[in-house]
Ligand binder design. Structure first.
Ligand code: ATP
Length: 240
């Protein structure tokens, strides 16, 4: 279980004058749930997009499932699942159409009826994605990230904007796949879910990785040992 499925080495990415990612090195182990936290604009999405192969870093190297992403990108994309923040791309289609479309992108497919049953999507298959509530839209986009039975699942702020019940239910779904030994990498602004569900939390501040450890160790490392994940966030992620 000590096998690294992601290895980032000195990743740098700028947009014009903005250094979105500034020298991040990070390893993620197989089966791990890694949460990425940080302020708005800290570089979380850019870091995730580089791991997914959606953006090329200006410098540094990325290995996914033991292979160099810059060489084996197409092969790697077959083995990862991606849930992005925006659902606008598939707003105009029905849930079942989106599932079939996404399945067609991949050589390997997981049984769609099994994904539909696990995520409770059956009553929604003939509805347009844009007409679903936020919670069901996020379940749909989680389902789309699973169609190729990926080894690694990337989730960019999967629970943002959901009510507490929908968040709990989405986490119950995510945890089913964690139980299968999938590696899950997500960004979140919710410290409670980072603490509760993640094996490790990576804290990014102004494009740099400022801390990465198990939630309890991050909390214990605070000067005030009665602290919370919010205190960890304030200490590491925020300009004081
Ligand atoms: N396509 C782009 N073009 C120009 N600048 C960008 C682009 N994407 C991101 N940035 C900038 O790069 C920085 C990092 O953005 P990124 O989206 O990675 O942060 P984030 O931590 O995910 O933020 P949030 O929590 O708001 O989603 C920000 O200053 C952002 O404005």
């Amino acid at each position: 279980m000590n096998q690294n499925v992601i290895e980032l080495n000195g990743i740098v990415k700028s947009y014009g004058n903005v250094k979105a990612v500034d020298g991040i090195s990070l390893q993620v182990k197989k089966g791990e749930v890694l949460g990425i936290i940080g302020a708005n604009g800290a570089g979380k999405s850019t870091t995730l997009e580089i791991m997914m192969g959606l953006r090329k870093p200006d410098a540094g190297s990325v290995k996914v499932l033991g292979k160099d992403l810059s060489v084996s990108g197409d092969e790697i994309k077959q083995q990862i699942g991606i849930q992005l923040q925006q659902t606008a791309l598939y707003d105009r289609i029905k849930v079942k159409e989106a599932l079939k479309l996404f399945s067609s992108y991949y050589e390997k497919n997981r049984d769609l009826s099994e994904i539909i049953a696990t995520l409770g999507l059956k009553p929604y298959l003939n509805k347009y994605v844009k007409n679903l509530s936020g919670g069901w839209q996020q379940r749909t986009s989680l389902a789309l990230a699973l169609v190729n039975d990926p080894e690694i699942i990337f989730l960019d702020e999967p629970t943002t904007g959901l009510d507490p019940q929908a968040r709990l239910e989405l986490w119950a779904c995510i945890n089913q796949y964690r139980g299968e030994g999938k590696t899950i990498i997500l960004s979140t602004h919710y410290m409670d879910e980072a603490q509760r569900y993640c094996d490790r939390i990576a804290i990014i501040k102004k494009g740099k990785l400022v801390a990465c450890d198990a939630p309890n160790r991050l909390v214990e490392s605070l000067v005030n040992t009665q602290g919370t994940m919010e205190d960890v966030y304030l200490q590491h992620a925020v300009e004081m």
